[in-house]
Design a protein around this ligand. Sequence first.
Ligand code: OOB
Length: 536
Amino acid sequence: MSAWPADFAARYRASGHWRGQTFGALLTSLAQAHGERTAVVGEGARWSFAELDERAHRLAAGFAALGIEPGERVVVQLPNVPEFLSVVFGLWRAGALPVFALPAHRSSELRHFAGHSAAAAIITVGEHERHDHATMVRAVADEVASVRDVLVVGSPEFDRLAATAPRELPDPDPSGVAFLQLSGGSTGLPKLIPRTHDDYLYSVRESARICGLRTDSVYLAALPVSHNFPLSSPGVLGALHAGAKTVLAPRPDADTVFGLIEAEGVTISGVVPPLAAAWVQAAARTDRDLSSLEVLLVGGAKCGRELAERIGPALGCRLQQVFGMAEGLVCYTRLDDPDELVLSTQGRPISLDDEIRLVNPDDPAASSADVVAPGEVGALLTRGPYTIRGYYNADDHNRTAFTEDGFYRTGDLVRRTATGHLEVVGRAKEQINRGGEKVAAEEVENHLMAHPGVLDAAVVAVPDPYLGERTCAYVVPAEGAAPTAAELRRFVRERGVAAFKVPDLVQVVAEFPVTGVGKTSKRELRAALAAVAEKG
Ligand code: OOB
């Protein structure tokens, strides 16, 4: 596992970024400071800080009694329910490492997360959005040797665990890994991102400050809370840290969310651009009172200038752009930035110790010294007090994803203003950003290539007015085969992948254009799509 070199760690401690506090200890101090104030609202429940603290203590003791050892991994696939917080803080107190799966993930992804992390247990819900998670997870558990337990929130077994008498457990090492977050990925299957208590708490604390969270703020989690953006930018953890109230939205549609904004006096939320656009449209004809809303964070994918300009007037709030990644670096426009910067950039880093290098975009192996001229577009490399130095158990991949001196290659193409703000102008990685949901081209290509009628597959992004991008799979059929688009989409879905990864378009072609060295030219495939789109 690649941690920070000792000299960097010493510097981040000396600067006060890393404070030696664990998430479990944080919740204890929050319960002391804010006891009876409301911490979280969701699914008809309303828990105070003291109640969340007590539930997390009981679950921690329950997990320990079940035999979950400190350091063991536990896949958590929970939607926006209050138990997400009691479970995750309970695991933290037991010293176990949550592995955060999204509710949209299906058996192929869960098998990978559980297998790759050698997870001891998987925690999920029964049915959610008409999908039977409990049955799916039990089948996954049968296939992954390390998984001993499946816990279903709401089941009698879970309720028994949640009623365990609390007891003090040893606090884990704050410099140790607290959980594994998922990477959007650009190769094969999603990689696991080891985040420590020290580094993540730093980003949470600073995010809460930069987003102006106070004890009387109300944060609405509209996106699935296991994603880094609603989890920590500033997210539910930032809100808890500030002693604010968190409202968990079961779904992100305007009807649901506007009702919650009015009922709970929501002051701040965070969304991906397509949702921001939907809220902007719906705001024109709502009779809900949205006047409590002060800040809307928009990120996960590029928020275009036109949308950025409409958010403030339509929703009566301030736009705050956020450009972040589960690997670490998070940039925000500041609440006191001039409008022009807020509308045209994706913000500047959280920390003065976030090192930014914009390097030669034409060389995937460019070193951190290979920087472009000021104002030019470069490939973004970054290193800092909350950016990982390597993925979990991924030595081969780490050699290409990180420079020798420890910079993470983000795969994003950006320009930097004189004020230090970054403007995201494109991407060098083989990833499709489907309205904030990341699709690794290679992962989908591998699924397609498992079909006997497919000789070769290449997945590229198609521009889309609503999502920003959609996926298009180009497929060369095997000799004598003639798979149809519908058949291939069904095939991918039935392999058990998140619905957002099923190709939106499938084009069957006789052969792929190739580059000078004989590799499939995705550039030409994208150009062919653009030409078709223009002909309309
Ligand atoms: C967030 O995290 P991930 O890990 O799902 O995705 C990271 C990638 C970035 O490398 C970039 O390609 C893209 O998502 N991205 C943006 C963006 N925010 C993220 N591209 C353009 N403009 C933006 N504002 O997506 C994430 C994590 C924490 C906070 C916010 C987003």
